[in-house]
Design a protein. Structure first.
Length: 345
């Protein structure tokens, strides 16, 4: 039997408790008219039967409904609710791969606008915990869609918006409208879960890829600045023909150390000197630095060329490494040495 974990979130008065009672088919959650009735998170459990999408045969599910305290802006209870909700989401990530975890974010159909913090919350939780969301438009007393609903669908094109009336409603004058939407909400949540999960994972992958690309570009920019800074120092020292050679070599070693650090690789103190001696020192003929007219230009070119070569090595290594690899200094150090040897040979 598949477990279905449903976290029900939303601001106070959006009908979360009424929806839970409709799903449980009994009055398990206290309801009110706008005031904060739910004072702490509750869990409700029930076996349900949902028809399979293609065969139509009834399939058994064990659902757990996590009723959360209403979300309000900048209140202590909201912070506590979010901490507990994140704990629930983290625990469900360790569940069986066949289990379903989804968030129903309840919004009253009477609302005029969607708060920015609500939108940011959905984006943050869905991507960080890879959890699909469904926007549940509650207390829909009419079949007619609203401008607010249209805006929701436009703002969240990848998220389903389901209209629901969890409890029969009677208007003045005797006219009434029967509850609807409960079965559709469950079917959409369960039957289309894999598709929603794929969308969330693809969206997260896009974000991570973009973030990584920006990170690598920023490293390259800082690397270029580092090389240029050390080349400028070499030019000033290069006006001392002959005597500048050991200082220029020292500049190269310092530059290699700085570049390595910029890329987040922490090595032993002798690493930069070892790289310089074994792979860089013969790059440009240092005798030209003894010539008065050429020494400054040669010193600058020497440092510039050495820096660009090493920066290219670092870029190539980091491009082929995963985010986890980047945290392994020993592994990254070994890869740098291997890449240098490959280029030298």
């Amino acid at each position: 039997m598949i477990n279905v974990n449903i976290i029900i979130m939303g601001k106070t008065g959006t009908g979360k408790s009424t929806l839970i009672n409709a799903l449980m088919e009994e009055e398990v959650a206290e309801t009110g008219t706008g005031q904060a009735i739910t004072k702490e998170n509750h869990i409700y459990s029930k076996k349900i039967y949902i028809p399979e999408e293609y065969s139509g045969r009834m399939k058994e599910y064990q659902i757990k409904l996590y009723d959360t305290v209403g979300l309000e802006i900048d209140t202590q209870i909201t912070k506590q609710t979010l901490m507990q909700t994140k704990s629930i989401l983290a625990s469900t990530q360790r569940a069986s791969e066949n289990d379903i975890t989804i968030v129903w974010f309840c919004i009253g159909s009477y609302c005029k606008r969607f708060e920015c913090y609500e939108a940011n919350l959905i984006k943050d939780l869905s991507q960080n915990y890879e959890i699909p969301f469904i926007l549940v438009l509650t207390q829909c007393y009419s079949d007619a869609g609203t401008e607010f609903e249209r805006q929701l669908r436009e703002f969240f094109p990848e998220v389903s918006v389901v209209r629901i009336l969890a409890k029969n409603y009677e208007f003045r004058g005797g006219h009434s409208i029967s509850a609807y939407g409960k079965e559709q909400l469950l079917q959409i949540s369960i039957q289309n879960y894999n598709q929603r999960k794929i969308q969330i994972l693809e969206s997260k992958l896009d974000v991570l890829t973009e973030s990584r690309n920006q990170y690598i570009q920023e490293l390259h920019r800082k690397g270029i600045q580092c090389v240029e800074r050390h080349a400028d120092v070499a030019m000033k020292i290069g006006f001392l023909p002959g005597g500048c050679i050991p200082f220029v070599h020292g500049i190269c070693i310092k530059m290699i150390s700085d570049l390595t650090y910029i890329f987040g690789i922490h090595t032993v103190s002798s690493f930069a000197e070892d790289i310089f001696i074994n792979f860089v020192v013969g790059l440009i003929a240092t005798p030209f630095m003894v010539l008065p007219i050429l020494s400054a230009g040669v010193a600058t070119s020497y440092v510039q060329t050495a820096g660009e070569m090493y920066l290219e090595i670092l870029m190539n290594v980091i491009d082929k490494s995963s985010n986890m690899d980047l945290q392994d200094n020993e592994l990254m150090t070994r890869r740098i040495r291997e890449e240098l040897r490959r280029r030298k040979n």
